[in-house]
Design a protein around this ligand. Sequence first.
Ligand SMILES: CC(C)(COP(=O)(O)OP(=O)(O)OC[C@H]1O[C@@H](n2cnc3c(N)ncnc32)[C@H](O)[C@@H]1OP(=O)(O)O)[C@@H](O)C(=O)NCCC(=O)NCCS
Length: 187
Amino acid sequence: MEKSEEDKTIAWGSWKNELVVRVFTGSRIVAIGPNDSKAVHRRLRLVEDLVVEELGSYRGYSDRRWAYLYIKNKSVAGCLFAERLAKAYAATDGENLDESRVQKALLGVQMVWVRKTFRSDHIATKLIDAARGHLIYGAVIPKGMVAFTPLTSSGAAFARKYIRESGNLLLYRPYSATSTRAASRKA
Ligand SMILES: CC(C)(COP(=O)(O)OP(=O)(O)OC[C@H]1O[C@@H](n2cnc3c(N)ncnc32)[C@H](O)[C@@H]1OP(=O)(O)O)[C@@H](O)C(=O)NCCC(=O)NCCS
């Protein structure tokens, strides 16, 4: 369920040891991983809180999770929380997870979000493309091995467009999605 109709802004400068994984004219994608500083992760929580508020549901936490931020005009225009996977499940036509159809998957899209002002500008596409090229060192994860957490209606429309001819839409349950946010977060 999408909740908020507001277009929220989160300022984001650059920081020491910033890992830039893609550069475009006037914008860049940075990756934030488990070894980044607590200060960076505190700032990232503001972004995550905004996304969770808009989606109306929390989608879990993993120690191995990476975040990718699309920075434009010194603010966050979009973000992706992604994780390594081993398997996922084919989606039914109604976007449910079909437990009987297990498939290999390498990248899990836990949450992807783009600011309203910048939607349909291929920012979500660029974020997932960047993660596919970054998550496994020296390899590009094929589109057909990207899986999504249970999707919103706009998320499902996007995901089906994104994977296009690469195969079935794959879904997975994110690690520890059922735990509370307080328990899953580390200081
Ligand atoms: C879903 C979302 C991330 C898509 O971001 P985006 O940057 O606008 O997506 P893109 O521009 O990369 O879209 C890629 C393709 O999907 C299509 N698409 C994206 N959202 C769509 C929608 N709601 N309905 C139909 N098609 C859609 C685009 O038109 C584009 O098609 P094209 O390649 O033929 O031009 C964005 O709408 C969003 O943040 N929604 C709220 C959060 C959410 O629901 N996240 C998903 C669940 S985690």
